[in-house]
Ligand binder design. Structure first.
Ligand SMILES: Cc1cc2nc3c(=O)[nH]c(=O)nc-3n(C[C@H](O)[C@H](O)[C@H](O)COP(=O)(O)OP(=O)(O)OC[C@H]3O[C@@H](n4cnc5c(N)ncnc54)[C@H](O)[C@@H]3O)c2cc1C
Length: 408
């Protein structure tokens, strides 16, 4: 039997960030338990810190929205409707932008204190416009975020060509979100874990939490296949699988489910991109080692993590349309990951009414790399008994029960 102050179930970006911030800011005895299940989202991700881009429906969001409108129109047998930006609520902007602002200092801190480099790069995110419809879409986006006007640059075709010479001559311009950046997601998770390990966190990797120990309304710990871990607080950071542990901890269910995303990666290329790119077909990011990452599909297919030719072809075609030079590249590999989706696309954070010793840190859907830092900080504040620096009400699990009651 082991006893910890805090046990974290799940060691993706979110669980690892919780371990890092808690161990940095407290003297608590902490364990992180992770079984890297197939489809682990953090290691499948693109590593975009696209705080504005994702909040206004670009990056992963544009594909998501397009898929939804297509499914919708197919169901009714009508034309695909004109796309409108899929903007998340203000609370999400604040959450995403606060997290985004943490990365420059976190990168320095990880380098200096822990000798790990998660390859933070200031890239911007350009939405490339091919036609009038794209321009209208871009205008609608910027009209929806007047308070962020200083973070948006409009580029005409000539300026775009200067900044991204390999973008197709068919592009009529772009909008660039200058505060959106990128990291290497593998290295980010490894950096959090290594920092946490150096700070004294016990890491139980390749280990599954098989059940939650509950005594009435109090969560007392977890079991793995061969050990028992007692704790004062259990943090559920188990990604797309979070509902399983939630059910055991609370006797209720919450709507966290897997949303599959496929990605194509090219072999290394000379530097052909100066920043990250989103189009209405895909997003494209050149990583620090020269590989080009093209993402990503949005599919609700349970825990399936296979790659399908149709999605890989769609993504590749979208990327070659934007950057014709990619016709000369070869595919290194493709993969699929499982985003922890929620119905309103907002994460589920914090305590659960009537349950002691338990915190949710899950449901980060398509931005859990970006928002891992603020999640780690908020969980640390909660465990230290401080008032969280951001209002967690919009992210509480109770919002789904309230919505159900209203609907009923
Ligand atoms: C294709 C794709 C592209 C993406 N691109 C971006 C991007 O550019 N930027 C961005 O910010 N986000 C992106 N995302 C989203 C991001 O990856 C996720 O939001 C984030 O990784 C979620 O992190 P997590 O730690 O909650 O989940 P995960 O990374 O899935 O980690 C959860 C961990 O818990 C483990 N686990 C589950 N159950 C148990 C158990 N019972 N016992 C022990 N361990 C358990 C799992 O195996 C896993 O290792 C992308 C996602 C996908 C799929």
């Amino acid at each position: 039997m082991k006893k910890y102050d805090v046990v974290i179930a799940g060691g993706g970006a979110v669980g690892a960030a919780c371990a890092y911030f808690l161990s940095r800011d407290t003297d608590l005895k902490i364990a992180l338990i992770d079984l890297k299940k197939p489809g682990n989202a953090s290691r499948a991700s693109a590593g975009g810190l696209w705080a504005i881009g994702e909040s206004v429906g670009l990056g992963c969001g544009v594909i998501f929205f397009k898929t939804l409108s297509k499914l919708h129109s197919e169901a009714q047998g009508k034309e695909v409707p004109v796309m409108r930006p899929h903007q998340l609520p203000d609370c999400f902007f604040e959450f995403a932008l606060t997290s985004n602002n943490m990365y420059p200092a976190l990168h320095q801190e990880m380098l200096e204190k822990h000798d790990v480099d998660f390859k933070f790069e200031r890239t911007g995110l350009k939405f490339i416009m091919y036609n009038e419809e794209d321009r209208l879409y871009a205008e609608q986006i910027t009209q929806g975020i007047p308070h962020l006007a200083d973070q948006v640059r409009w580029l005409d075709a000539e300026q775009l060509k200067k900044e991204e010479p390999y973008v197709t001559d068919d592009a009529i311009g772009a909008i660039d979100f200058i505060c959106d950046h990128q990291v290497n997601p593998y290295r980010l998770v490894d950096a959090y874990l290594e920092g946490a390990r150096q700070n004294g966190v016990s890491l139980y990797l390749n280990t599954e939490v098989t059940s939650v120990i509950r005594n009435g309304n109090v969560v007392e710990g977890v079991k793995t296949s061969d050990e028992v871990f007692f704790c004062d607080t259990l943090i559920n950071a188990s990604g797309a699988w979070a509902n399983e542990l939630y059910q055991q901890a609370t006797g209720r269910t919450m709507p966290v489910y897997p949303v599959k995303g496929q990605i194509v990666l090219s072999e290394r290329m000379p530097k052909i991109m100066n920043g990250c790119i989103s189009t209405s077909d895909c997003y494209i990011a050149q990583k620090d080692n020269g590989e080009i990452l093209i993402g990503s599909s949005t599919e609700e297919k349970g825990f399936d993590t296979t790659n399908s030719l149709d999605k890989i072809q769609e993504l590749s075609q979208g990327a070659m349309k934007c950057l014709p030079i990619l016709k000369e590249s070869s595919i290194k590999r493709c993969w699929a990951g499982l985003r922890p989706g929620t119905p309103d696309e907002l994460p589920i954070l914090g305590p659960v009414e009537g349950v002691e010793g338990y915190l949710n840190a899950c449901g980060h859907f398509r931005t859990g790399i970006l928002t891992s830092a603020i999640t780690g900080q908020l969980m640390t504040e909660l465990i230290m008994g401080k008032t969280p620096s951001l209002d967690l009400t919009p992210f509480s699990v109770e919002r789904f029960e309230e919505a159900e009651q209203k609907a009923g």
